[in-house]
Design a protein around this ligand. Structure first.
Ligand code: PLP
Length: 283
C-alpha cells in the first residue's frame, strides 16, 4: 500500500514521522475519514469544512488548501486502485521539542494519509445490525473537535466487547452522547427519530447531517434533543451513522432487544436513501 507523508507518496514500510511529532506525544492532531465508492470520495466537502473547523479551534496551521488536500486524497485512491473503502487523513501540529506551549509558525504541520479497502455498501452488518452496551462517557469536554485523542472511546469499545457487545454508546448525566465512533439515534414507538443536538458534547457528524436531511425530506419527524438510556430500552428502533458505516441498525441496547431483533424498517429505509444519495454523488 502507498501512503502519503508530508509531500511524498511512499510504500507504507518507508513512511516516517518524527518521534518528536506532537501527534505522537500529545495527541495534538486532528483527523478525517471519508468514504470512497466507485473510486470517488463521498461528502468530502463536509469533511474538509469540519477539518478546517478542527484546525481553527486548535489554532493549528493548515497543511494546504481544500483543493490541494483533495488532490492528495484522489491521487492515493488512484495509486492504491481503491474502488470502495475509506481515505484516512491526519494533521498534527508537527515535530518540536516537547513543550506544552505550541511551537512557533516555523514548525510545519505533519500531514499523513492512507487508504483502506472495505465493503461499505455490501456490509454484512447491515443485515444483522449491531448490539450496543451503554458505558460512562469519560471523554474530554470538546468532542466537537475531531482529535486523534481516542483512548477513551477505545476503552469504551473494549468494555462493550468484553461484555459481548459490538459497540458502546456513551452516557453522560443519564443521557446518551454518541457511539464510540458514530452518532447515535433512536426511533420512538410513534416513529419519531431522536438524536442528540450538536454542541461540544458530540462530534457533528457529516453523515448525521445528510441522514437527518433525508429523514425530513421523507416526512419523518426528527427531534434533536437529549435522550435517556431508559428511552433507548423503550425504543422501536435504533441506529448509528458514520462515514464508513453509513446507517447501521442497532438491535439490542444492554439487556433490551429492540423490535424483532433485526434492523428496523425506518433504519433500513434511511440506509437505502443514504446509499442512493452517495451513489448519485459518484455517478
Ligand atoms: N461521533 C464520533 C465520536 C466519531 O468518531 C464519528 C466518526 O468517526 C462520528 C460521530 C460520525 O461522524 P461522520 O458521520 O462525520 O463520520
Amino acid at each position: 500500500r502507498i501512503v502519503y507523508v508530508n509531500g511524498k507518496f511512499v510504500p507504507e514500510e518507508e513512511a516516517r514521522v518524527s518521534v518528536f511529532d506532537r501527534g505522537f506525544m500529545f495527541a495534538d492532531g486532528v483527523y478525517e475519514v471519508s468514504s470512497v465508492l466507485r473510486g470517488k470520495l463521498i461528502e468530502n466537502e463536509g469533511h474538509m469544512t469540519r477539518l478546517r473547523r478542527s484546525l481553527s479551534e486548535l489554532s493549528m496551521q493548515s497543511p494546504g488548501t481544500d483543493d490541494e488536500i483533495e488532490a492528495i486524497q484522489n491521487r492515493l485512491i488512484t495509486l492504491n486502485k481503491l474502488d470502495e473503502g475509506l481515505v484516512y487523513l491526519q494533521v498534527t501540529r508537527g515535530a518540536a521539542d516537547r513543550d506544552f506551549i505550541y511551537p512557533g509558525e516555523n514548525v510545519k504541520p505533519t500531514l499523513v494519509l492512507f487508504t483502506q479497502a472495505k465493503n461499505v455498501i455490501d456490509n454484512p452488518i447491515a443485515e444483522t445490525g449491531i448490539t450496543v452496551k451503554t458505558v460512562a462517557d469519560i471523554r474530554w469536554a470538546r468532542r466537537d473537535i475531531k482529535t486523534v485523542g481516542l483512548l477513551a472511546p477505545c476503552m469504551a469499545k473494549m468494555e462493550a466487547k468484553a461484555a459481548g457487545f459490538s459497540d458502546a454508546w456513551m452516557v453522560e448525566d443519564g443521557y446518551v452522547t454518541e457511539g464510540s465512533s458514530n452518532n447515535a439515534y433512536i426511533v420512538t414507538k410513534e416513529g419519531t427519530i431522536v438524536t442528540r443536538q450538536v454542541g461540544n458534547a458530540i462530534l457533528n457528524g457529516i453523515t448525521r447531517r445528510a441522514v437527518l436531511a433525508l429523514a425530513e425530506k421523507h416526512n419523518y419527524k426528527v427531534e434533536e434533543r437529549l435522550f435517556t438510556v431508559e428511552e433507548c430500552y423503550d425504543a422501536a428502533e435504533a441506529f448509528v451513522t458514520s462515514a464508513t458505516m453509513f446507517v447501521q441498525g442497532v438491535v439490542k441496547i444492554d439487556g433490551a432487544k429492540l423490535g424483532d431483533g433485526k434492523p428496523g424498517k425506518i433504519t433500513q429505509q434511511l440506509r437505502e436513501l443514504y446509499i442512493e444519495m452517495a451513489l448519485a454523488e459518484v455517478s
